[in-house]
Design a protein around this ligand. Structure first.
Ligand code: CO
Length: 288
């Protein structure tokens, strides 16, 4: 259990550290890399590449290789995942650089806090969803229904159960000691996300023979280094230089899966808040 608490604490610290760096005129990739360095400095490893998604992009925006994005009048989500020996802390917050989206940011934060107030052994998943849905709807926004919180397993970010952001009728009860992440998203738009552009975030699917020597080398590294957790093209470029061809071959060969960005269907602005919890024990990513 210690690793879960430690991973959560590092994730919480890295989130707050990153949130302070997000300012108009700053480069997204600079903040991303500083946050990831901070995670290593604090003794953690990445459970997934640090994601900084802006505006209608709800999730899965990861700084590209040589990403030139500069923050402007944006709603910025920073989502941080840390692992220690496979134990995971997953947490997110939203920064309003528009100066006029305070209510949107507050809606997802309040939804998270209200959900956390009722989380305990025996609480049903749909009750959590209902609290999130009511809080966000009452604030005048739409909860994103097809994004949800999730169980956290060893080296598993999206483990069962699904923790819904609306009352989906799932009456499964939470159990003492279960590790979950709760992550409400509030949108000014439809509350449905669709797949957008590629993300340069990948996940290892299965080992298969590949002829290209570089692809073989990269595959061996990925298998050894990430234990099935997601990683970024950016990280591989640092290690090997340009691996575009190798990644393309591995993706085409069904060895890697590349995630897509997740974008609000009606281009609404999206806020997010997330904490990881050991049910009945502790909110691991909360920094007092
Ligand atoms: Co999460």
């Amino acid at each position: 259990m210690d690793d879960w608490i430690k991973a959560g604490e590092i994730a919480g610290k890295a989130r707050d550290f990153g949130a302070k760096l997000i300012k108009k005129g700053e480069k997204l990739i600079v903040v991303t890399e500083k946050v990831e360095e901070k995670i290593y400095e604090l003794g953690g490893k990445l459970a997934f590449p640090t994601q900084i998604s802006r505006n209608e992009v709800a999730a899965h925006y990861n700084a590209f290789v040589n990403d030139e994005t500069v923050f402007d009048n944006d709603i910025v989500k920073i989502d941080v995942g840390v692992q220690i020996n496979g134990a995971i802390g997953d947490t997110a917050t939203t920064i309003d650089l528009t100066g006029e989206s305070e209510a949107l940011v507050k809606a997802s934060r309040d939804a998270l806090n209200n959900a956390l107030k009722i989380v305990k052994p025996g609480v049903k998943l749909n009750e959590i969803g209902r609290v999130i849905q009511e809080t966000i709807s009452n604030a005048g926004f739409a909860p994103i229904r097809n994004l949800c919180g999730h169980g956290l397993g060893e080296y598993q970010i999206h483990d069962s159960p699904s923790v819904p952001n609306f009352d989906n009728g799932d009456e499964t009860e939470l159990e003492e000691g279960q590790t979950i992440a709760i992550e409400p998203f509030a949108s000014t738009g439809s509350g449905i996300v669709v797949e957008g552009k590629e993300s340069e975030i990948y996940k290892f699917l299965e080992k298969k023979p590949t002829r290209n020597p570089m692809a073989r080398k990269v595959m061996a590294f990925i298998e050894e280094e990430y234990n099935g957790l997601p990683f970024a093209k950016r990280h591989l470029f640092k290690k090997f230089g340009n691996v575009n061809l190798a990644l393309k071959l591995l993706e085409r060969g069904g060895i890697l899966h590349q995630y897509n960005q997740l974008v609000d269907k009606s281009k609404g602005l999206v806020s997010q808040a997330e904490h990881s919890v050991i049910v009945g024990k502790k909110i691991t990513t909360k920094i007092e």
